[in-house]
Ligand binder design. Structure first.
Ligand code: ADP
Ligand code: ADP
Length: 233
């Protein structure tokens, strides 16, 4: 079944008397446990689409059903609820708090969700295990490598058990060796049953995904599902 169902999505930005239509009738279905790379030239609408998928923004017209919820016409408050339940975000900038340990950073979304301290710690440790960093739980960001920091950010995105993990250029600030380390974590997360959607402009990063969707000028230019093999096995 579709986790993400986008149907004839139009997104127009209005700026005073000017307007810019960025998504031009885009339709896309992403199914449970898929691993999708979103590619396309700068300005083609990738971030706009990711923001919409991530419930940070709503379409101007068209329908978006996320895991059974029609989010296309939700109020900002309802959208925030759905986002907290369904979406895990990983950014190019890691956005960890420097004074908190890895475990505390990972547990942060649970503080906002009102989870008690004992459960927070337990769930943070489970999330850190998923990214292979149990042994680093008490380290602060400045005691970790760039790759480890991004893995902590991935654990933080997973701690709410979201139905989708979204990543916008997650290796954009990492060298190629560290990028490989991070991409292998995404592959493991997908293998464990999660749905992963990431934006990248690097072909060798996209090669880890099982499906490559290319945008051009606000519509899907191509959509290729690969054989379910690990390209880097
Ligand atoms: P990509 O991620 O593929 O580079 P974006 O979705 O970021 O594309 O941007 C597509 C177009 O929309 C660009 O021309 C950009 O300047 C414009 N744009 C993006 N966000 C906004 C906004 N909030 N207001 C106005 N224009 C925007
Ligand atoms: P490596 O190549 O060893 O994986 P990087 O070269 O990416 O690590 O990072 C070098 C150092 O910079 C790391 O030890 C880390 O402490 C620090 N660092 C990198 N990115 C960040 C960040 N976003 N926030 C805080 N420290 C960072």
């Amino acid at each position: 079944q579709s986790v993400i169902h986008l149907e004839t999505i139009i997104k127009t930005y209005y700026m005073g008397s000017n307007s810019l239509t960025v998504l031009k009738g885009l339709s896309l279905d992403i199914f449970r446990n898929e691993y999708v790379a979103l590619m396309g030239p700068s300005g083609s609408g990738k971030s706009t689409l990711m923001n919409m998928i991530g419930c940070l923004d709503t379409p101007t017209s068209g329908t978006y059903i996320l895991n059974g919820h029609d989010v296309s016409k939700m109020t900002d408050d309802d959208l925030a609820d759905v986002r907290n339940k369904e979406i895990g975000f990983v950014f190019q900038q890691f956005n960890l708090l420097p004074r908190l340990t890895a475990a505390e950073n990972v547990a942060l979304p649970l503080v906002y969700a009102g989870v008690n301290r004992k459960d927070r710690t337990e769930r943070a440790m489970i999330a850190l295990e998923k990214v292979g960093l149990s042994s680093r739980s008490h380290h602060k960001p400045n005691e970790m490598s760039g790759g480890q920091i991004q893995r902590v950010a991935i654990a933080r995105a997973l701690v709410n058990n979201p139905s989708i993990l979204l990543a916008d250029e997650p290796t954009g600030n990492l060298d190629s060796k560290t990028s490989v380390e991070v991409m292998e974590i995404f592959s493991q997360i997908q293998a464990a049953g999660n749905t992963v959607v990431l934006v990248t402009h690097e072909e060798d990063i996209a090669a880890y995904a099982k499906r490559v969707v290319r945008l051009r000028d606000g519509v899907i230019e191509s959509d290729n599902v690969k054989e379910p093999t690990n390209a880097h096995a």
